[in-house]
Design a protein around this ligand. Structure first.
Ligand code: NAD
Length: 354
């Protein structure tokens, strides 16, 4: 396999690259613009392998994409590059429209040009896997019901609307041009190498620094949490064994209220990091409630029956085991997140590595 991955320096993309390098013999070309959320420190363990190459490229740059397609000759594309933070999409939606919609369109066209020129056998084997989110389905509300692959799209934020648009483009390129595509929609991920602006790492690092733990509204919003390495395993399974034209929902069967997530972090830290910052008696005393995010969805939850039934994938971590691993990872890997917090992770970026 020769896998062209986009966004491979991000949180989930880097987990996919590490997995491909460790568990398969695939060659991997990583196309990543290295925005603020791309971090090559997360790929230190694979960067010197002769099976891995990094191209610092914007997915909106068609000529640069064409060059990588024609020199790397991928058998698979796994498309993860995106602007991914909902709060940033509310403050500045333009980048989300550009990368998530225009970028996906540009990548689809580059893939189509390349695919068109393949011999019939390689054309048949080629796959374009688009990685998306359960947020495209909007708000489930209440506590009943789950998102299935046939749930109607009803995105609420600029982020989820841009991802929904990209899903529609991918589906249309399959129907109209026959490009062999697959789509996955996944619930909230957590785990090692998660950028500190996201809920779980933000809370861990704030708690360790004795800073307030800001919870939106009353913290009653429900998310279905999936350990990132379970997601990476599902993605490789879908890219290599999924049926063309299909969508697979991926979720962890771990519905938790945001407040419950923060309380779990606090009690794990009580156990794993008992020496607290000055003035902190209990980590949970740091919890503070702040004004809710506009358009905040009340509940997301995934029905992952299809991927379990058709591809035999099930998550290996439950919320308790995955959260324990995550908190332990942040405690053991301080230099990784200290370089993110100081901005040093953006120094000395490599550019193209041949
Ligand atoms: P992330 O923000 O950590 O990583 C995104 C990566 O894309 C970064 O390395 C960034 O440098 C790169 N990138 C951004 N714009 C680019 C551009 N124009 N050209 C090339 N590269 C660019 O995101 P993530 O959390 O790893 O999410 C990856 C994908 O999975 C996204 O498509 C996201 O929508 C989807 N997803 C995420 C979650 C989650 O919980 N994090 C859940 C479901 C689906």
């Amino acid at each position: 396999m020769r896998i062209l991955i986009t966004g491979g320096a991000g949180f989930i993309g880097s987990a996919v690259v590490r997995r491909l390098m460790e568990y398969t013999s695939a060659y991997v070309a990583n196309i990543d613009k290295l925005t603020y959320s791309g971090n090559i420190d997360s790929l230190a363990c694979v960067s010197s392998s002769e099976r891995y190459q990094l191209h610092q490229i914007d997915i909106c740059d068609a000529a640069a994409l064409d060059r990588v397609f024609s020199t790397f000759n991928p058998t698979h594309v796994m498309h993860l590059a995106a602007e991914s933070h909902v709060d940033r999409s509310i403050d500045g939606p333009a980048e989300f429209i550009q990368t998530n919609i225009v970028g996906t369109y540009t990548l689809l066209e580059a893939a189509r040009r390349y695919w068109h020129g393949l011999n019939p056998e390689d054309k048949d084997l080629f796959r374009f896997h688009h990685i998306s989110t359960d947020e495209v389905y909007g708000d489930l509300g209440g506590t009943e019901g789950l998102f299935t692959e046939s749930t109607s799209y009803a995105p609420s934020s600029p982020y989820s609307a841009s991802k929904a648009s990209s899903d529609h483009l991918v589906r249309a390129w399959q129907r109209t041009y026959g490009l062999p595509t697959l789509i996955t929609n996944c619930s909230n991920n957590y785990g090692p190498y998660h950028f500190p602006e996201k809920l779980i790492p933000h809370m861990i690092l704030n708690a360790l620094a004795g800073k307030p733990l800001p919870v939106y509204g009353d913290g009653a919003q429900i998310r279905d949490w999936l350990y990132v390495e379970d997601h990476a395993r599902a993605l490789v399974e879908v890219a290599t064994n999924g049926a063309v034209g299909e969508t697979y929902n991926i979720g962890g069967h771990n519905e938790k209220r945001n407040l419950e997530v923060v309380e779990t972090i606090c009690s794990l830290l009580e156990e794993l990091a008992p020496e607290k910052p000055e003035g902190v008696v209990h980590y949970c005393d740091l919890i503070t409630f702040v004004k809710d995010r506009p358009g905040h969805d009340a509940r997301y939850a995934i029905d992952a029956t299809k991927i379990e039934r058709e591809l035999g994938w099930v998550p290996m971590e439950n919320f308790e085991s995955g959260m324990r691993k995550t908190v332990q990872w942040y405690l053991k890997n301080r230099s990784w997140w200290q370089r993110v917090l100081s901005g040093d992770y953006q120094l000395g970026r490599l550019g193209d590595k041949p």
